[in-house]
Design a protein around this ligand. Structure first.
Ligand SMILES: Cc1cc2nc3c(=O)[nH]c(=O)nc-3n(C[C@H](O)[C@H](O)[C@H](O)COP(=O)(O)OP(=O)(O)OC[C@H]3O[C@@H](n4cnc5c(N)ncnc54)[C@H](O)[C@@H]3O)c2cc1C
Length: 449
C-alpha cells in the first residue's frame, strides 16, 4: 500500500471509541485506516473495569457468545469505608443474569480490545500498530491527514477521527483545548490479582460465571482524598484500584500507589485478596473536566470522540466505555453521511454534534455536569458524612445490656452533635440532583415522561 494513498477516514487510537468508529466506517465501505501506538489495540489500555455494551450489542448482536468477556455483572455494591468500619449497599438481580446481561460485563481490555479490533479488521479496516500519530496535517484550516512517527509517515484522508484517549494531545496541538489543570483529571492506579474462579464465587457470593462490581468511598478507600476505590471480579482475577483527583493528590502530596496500598490494607479488602497473587499493575488518567469545559469536537476534516473529547461520567455511574463506543458510532455515522455528500466540511460534520445531543452521550453528560465541582465544594460526602453514618450504625447496633431507647437516643445524639442535620439535608438534596441525577421533587410530583 502506497503511503501517499488517500483514505476516506483515518482513526487515531485503537481504544473502544476508535475501534467502534473504524468498524462502522469499514462496514459501510469507507476506506479506513486506524493507527494504534501500542503493540496491538488494548495492549496500552487498562485491563479490568466494567464494559457497558448497548452499542457493541447493537453492532455485534450477542457478542458475548464470541467475545473474551470475563463475567456479566449481576451484583453491584456501594461501600463506605472508615478506617476500621464499613457500611454497604448491595443490589443484585436475576434479570441481570439473562441476556443482554444488563449490558454490563467485566473485561480485561488487553483481550477485549484486541478481539474488537479484529472485528473491525474483518470488516475491512486497516490497522497499523506500534505507530504514534504526532500531529495532524492541515491545508489552511482543514485537517487533511496525519503525521505518524515512521518513515514516510504522512498519510492523507478526507476525515481524521481523533480517538487517542484521556491525554488528548492532538486537540491540544490543534489549539482546540487549553492545557488540563490538575483538578481536570483523575489519576488511577490499578492491580490485577489472580484467584481460582470458585474462590471468587464463594467470596463474593456469586452464582458460577456471574460477577460483581464494588465501588468504595470514604476515608478507608482514599485516605480522605476526592476519589473512590473499586474491586471488580473477572473470571479468575480481581481488578483492584483507586482513582483520585490529581489536584488533591498534589495538594496532599500522597502518591497514588500509597493510596492503593492504604485501600488494600483495609480489613474488607484484605479479606477479599487473601491468598491472591499479584499479576499486573498499571496507571492511567481519566478526564474529569466534564461538560462545562468541553471544546469544539468537530471542524473541517476532523471529529473528536471518547475520552479524547472528555466523555466520561464521573458521577456514581463511573462510566466512560459506553460514551466512547456511542461517540465512535456517531462519528462513523457522520463520516458515512459526509462520504455520501462528498463533503467533509465543518458544515456537514456538525451533524455529529446533533447525533451526540440526541443520544444519551450529551444528555447524560449535561445532566451530571456539576458533579466534579460539587464534590470539590463538598468533600464531606466522601469524608465526614459517611464517617458519621458509619459511627451512627455502630452505635445503633451496639449491644450493651442497656434498653434500646437509651442506645438509640445516644446514637442520634452522637450523630447530631457532629453534624448539622439541616445542612446535611440540604446538601443531600443537592447531591441527589447533581450526583445521582434524581430530582428529589420527582417523588412528590412524578415526572410525566
Ligand atoms: C482505572 C480505570 C477504570 C475505569 N473503569 C471504568 C469502568 O468500570 N467502566 C467504564 O465505563 N469506564 C471505565 N473507565 C473509563 C474507560 O476506560 C474510558 O472511558 C474508555 O476506555 C475510553 O475509551 P477511548 O477509546 O476513548 O480511549 P482509550 O481506551 O484510552 O483508547 C485510546 C487509544 O489510543 C491510543 N493512542 C493514544 N495516543 C495515540 C497516538 N498519538 N497515536 C496512536 N495511538 C494513540 C492508545 O494506545 C489507546 O489504545 C476506567 C478508566 C480507568 C483509567
Amino acid at each position: 500500500m502506497a503511503i501517499e494513498e488517500k483514505f476516506d477516514v483515518i482513526v487515531v487510537g485503537g481504544g473502544l471509541a476508535g475501534i467502534t468508529a473504524a468498524l462502522v466506517c469499514a462496514r459501510a465501505g469507507l476506506e479506513t485506516v486506524l493507527f494504534e501506538r501500542g503493540e496491538y489495540p488494548g495492549s496500552k489500555n487498562l485491563s479490568g473495569g466494567v464494559l457497558f455494551t448497548p452499542v457493541i450489542n447493537q453492532l455485534i448482536p450477542e457478542f458475548w457468545n464470541q467475545a473474551p468477556i470475563e463475567r456479566p455483572v449481576t451484583k453491584k455494591l456501594f461501600s463506605f469505608l472508615s478506617r476500621e468500619r464499613s457500611l454497604a449497599f448491595e443490589f443484585s438481580s436475576r434479570e441481570f443474569a439473562k441476556p443482554p446481561y444488563n449490558n454490563s460485563f467485566t473485561v480485561l481490555r488487553a483481550k477485549f480490545d484486541k478481539w474488537y479490533a479484529e472485528q473491525a479488521e474483518a470488516a475491512g479496516a486497516f490497522i497499523i500498530n506500534e505507530t504514534v500519530v504526532d500531529d495532524v496535517i492541515r491545508d489552511g484550516e482543514r485537517v487533511v491527514g496525519v503525521k505518524a512517527r515512521r518513515d514516510e509517515g504522512e498519510m492523507y484522508a478526507n476525515l481524521v477521527i481523533i480517538a487517542e484517549g484521556a491525554n488528548a494531545f492532538l486537540p491540544l496541538r490543534m489549539g482546540l483545548r487549553e492545557p488540563f489543570g490538575p483538578d481536570d483529571m483523575v489519576t488511577s492506579a490499578k492491580e490485577v490479582w489472580s484467584l481460582p474462579a470458585e474462590t471468587i464465587e464463594e467470596r463474593f457470593n456469586l452464582e458460577p460465571g456471574e460477577g460483581a462490581s464494588i465501588d468504595y468511598f470514604g476515608e478507608g478507600a482514599c485516605m480522605g482524598l476526592l476519589g473512590a476505590g473499586f474491586v471488580y471480579t473477572n473470571k479468575d482475577t480481581l481488578s483492584v484500584g483507586i482513582g483520585v483527583n490529581v489536584g488533591d493528590v498534589m495538594r496532599r502530596r500522597i502518591p497514588p500507589n500509597n493510596i492503593l496500598d492504604w485501600f488494600k490494607s483495609h480489613a474488607s479488602i484484605k479479606q477479599l485478596l487473601k491468598g491472591a497473587k499479584l499479576e499486573e499493575f498499571s496507571a492511567h488518567l481519566i478526564p474529569e473536566y466534564g461538560y462545562k469545559k468541553f471544546f469544539d469536537r468537530y471542524g473541517d476534516g476532523y471529529l473528536v470522540v471518547g475520552d479524547a473529547a472528555g466523555f466520561v461520567n464521573t458521577s456514581l455511574y463511573h462510566e466512560g466505555t459506553n460514551y466512547a463506543t456511542a461517540s465512535g458510532l456517531h462519528a462513523a455515522e457522520t463520516a458515512i453521511e459526509a462520504k455520501e455528500k462528498g463533503d467533509f466540511s465543518k458544515d456537514t460534520l456538525k451533524s455529529y454534534e446533533k447525533r451526540l445531543a440526541d443520544s444519551f452521550v450529551l444528555q447524560d453528560l449535561k445532566r451530571f455536569r456539576e458533579v466534579s465541582s460539587f464534590m470539590h465544594r463538598h468533600p464531606e460526602f466522601l469524608g465526614k458524612y459517611p464517617e458519621e453514618m458509619i459511627a451512627l450504625a455502630e452505635r445503633y447496633f451496639t449491644v450493651s445490656g442497656e434498653p434500646k431507647e437509651k442506645i438509640l437516643k445516644r446514637a442520634v445524639r452522637g450523630f447530631t452533635s457532629k453534624l448539622s442535620l439541616f445542612k446535611m439535608t440540604l446538601d443531600t438534596y443537592r447531591l441527589m440532583l447533581k450526583v445521582l441525577g434524581i430530582h428529589p421533587t420527582w417523588f412528590i410530583f412524578p415526572p410525566k415522561k
